[in-house]
Design a protein around this ligand. Structure first.
Ligand SMILES: NC(=O)c1ccc[n+]([C@@H]2O[C@H](COP(=O)([O-])OP(=O)(O)OC[C@H]3O[C@@H](n4cnc5c(N)ncnc54)[C@H](OP(=O)(O)O)[C@@H]3O)[C@@H](O)[C@H]2O)c1
Length: 249
């Protein structure tokens, strides 16, 4: 069977930061895109930039990841527009620092909602689309890429609940590959240290943004994953910052 003429990708958190950079790289590869986030103006601005960059269609969709009905509708909208899904990128995420001793339930519930419950629901809703796109493109299959964190691999003081939600996401990716790679669907977690985005502005007084990873570093790895054959499963890619702290964010 020949590969499909057009590929499509859904990118949550696609309006800014890592998600926007991955979306830009996918646009340049010719993908049709749905990008999702909460703020409509930022979404529209990013969509306009992506349209200049790629040949594919770009649909910005407002969807809050803490509302699971909005999460499901986001996936359904993508399926109705494009008839399948070759790549699902889950970049929407949130992090609040705090020690275990002091963490309020409302703070960790929010991280669980956005960093774990939403990705689980995204995957559950998208699997029929991913499977059908994988069947139409058996050489490459379909890919799920989840933005986890190095703090999900090794604990880091002050980032307990955030890291725990990312550990759950890494585990979810492993199991999805175990259950779905025979249908051509493989999931990969990307687990970087600090990346220079809006999310890390709070660190600027202790960590120079120039010492952080770049969104381009992460997008490069995401693109490589999308190009792998269906024979390959990459469970997790850890990306450390240069320096003497290999397993620290
Ligand atoms: N930056 C880092 O150092 C770093 C390191 C490791 C892992 N990560 C992970 O990488 C991912 C992307 O991070 P980033 O640095 O690119 O963050 P960012 O620059 O803050 O961008 C976050 C994106 O997610 C969207 N978003 C946030 N909360 C949302 C919600 N509740 N519902 C829907 N969309 C939401 C944002 O748009 P709206 O605000 O308009 O909704 C935006 O598009 C996250 O999962 C993060 O945990 C980041």
């Amino acid at each position: 069977m020949s590969p499909p003429a057009r590929r499509s990708a859904l990118v949550t958190g696609g309006s800014r930061g890592i998600g926007a950079e991955i979306a830009a790289r996918l646009a340049a590869e010719g993908y049709d895109l749905t990008i999702a986030a909460r703020d409509p103006e930022t979404l529209e601005r990013t969509a306009a930039r992506l349209r200049e960059r790629g040949a594919g269609e770009v649909y910005p969709t407002v969807a809050a990841m803490n509302d699971l009905d909005q999460v499901r509708n986001l996936v359904r909208g993508h399926g109705e527009r494009f008839g399948g899904m070759n790549v699902l990128v889950m970049s929407a995420g949130t992090g609040t620092a705090g020690r275990v001793a002091d963490m309020a339930p409302k703070t960790y519930e929010r991280m669980l909602d956005i960093n774990f419950r939403a990705p689980l629901t995204l995957i559950q809703t998208a699997l029929p689309l991913l499977r059908s796109s994988a069947a139409a493109d058996p050489g490459r299959g379909a890919k799920i890429i989840a933005l986890a964190s190095i703090t999900g691999v090794v604990g880091e003081p002050g980032l307990a609940a955030y890291g725990a939600t990312k550990s759950a996401l890494i585990s979810l990716c492993e199991t999805v590959s175990l259950e779905e790679s025979r249908h051509g669907v493989a999931a990969t977690a990307l687990s970087p240290g600090y990346v220079d985005t809006d999310m890390t502005v709070w660190k600027h007084d202790v960590l120079d943004p120039a010492a952080m990873l770049t969104t381009a570093d992460i997008a490069e790895l995401a693109l490589a994953v999308t190009r792998l054959s269906a024979a390959a499963v990459v469970p997790n890619i850890v990306v450390a910052r240069a320096g003497d702290q290999l397993w620290r964010a």
